[in-house]
Design a protein around this ligand. Sequence first.
Ligand code: 5AD
Ligand code: FES
Length: 350
Amino acid sequence: MYGVIEKIVNHRESVTVEELAWVIKNNELNERLFAVADEVRQKYLGREVYLRGIIEFSNYCKNDCLYCGIRASNKKIKRYRMSVDEIVERAKLIAQMGIKTVVLQSGEDPYYTKEMISEMIQMIKRFKVAITLSVGERSFDEYKCWKELKADRYLMRHETADEELYKRLHPNDSFENRKEHLFKLKELGYETGAGSMVGLPGQDELSLAKDILFVYQLDADMVGIGPFIPHQDTPLANCKAGDLTETLKVIALTRLFLPDANIPATTALGTIDPFGRQLALKCGANVIMPNFTPSPYRAQYTLYPNKICIFENDLACGECTKNLVRSVGYKVSNDFGYRRKRHEHFTCGL
Ligand code: 5AD
Ligand code: FES
């Protein structure tokens, strides 16, 4: 199988799901994979890392995803909702710190109407920042309206491209439906983010390979990949967490398939390993998402346990992530960080 990495770089359209699964299962190519992913990332995106300030504005959720700590059935967590004014105020702080993207994330919470989210977009756009929405599945009409109001991006992970596993984890949804929403977002002109968890119970190498081929098929502009971390108050409490190296491999392979996509070094990676985010930046990731959720809410947005940054001052993550980026030899970008244009011809000296 030596040569499979070269094949991915130079002929990615002809790579099979079995070949990809082989790379994920076997570890002998790891170092080469990580080095080539870093090379591709540098060729397309240089040494720049984009910061995206995230505000987790509500932990109410009408869904019941088996893995997630804020699922509707979890009666143990304290729920919160930020007001539109509180959210806009926080976005202003992000802009004042020179961060050019505000990510608005919440559980699937219909309390926030189309009009309320429209109002947030219009007010936050005055700060001259890009806006990423991450509020789950909504109506196509809402997506369209928010795009017309100049929301730039929409994040909605596909979670897993293994259809059976998707069904088991999401009692009221299907992968087919999630796919339809993601393609709709692309069609409406959003920079569209998908992504998945690594190490879900019942997931195998073939499932992970499908995740990579799916984001390639979607031509995702952003791909968020993090380890699954079991939450004590969910049905998956006793399952084991995703593995650091396996997660890094999925990130590196995703970089080879989407050389110019924006790929974050996720907070979940930083949670399972103190150097998880740094390692991700060195094998393909080029984005980091400092947390700007104000206290006391921040500690209540517990998708998974032991999330980092909970005990920090609630403005500390901006500086902390900048230092982290520099510590691995990369540069903090002042740019908005829209996806770069695709280069027509690229072979990375292989
Ligand atoms: N472990 C890791 N990631 C999780 N997410 C939700 N629950 C967990 C968990 N237990 C991820 C999902 C979701 C994103 C916001 O957080 O992929 O899309
Ligand atoms: Fe939040 Fe370091 S990124 S404290």
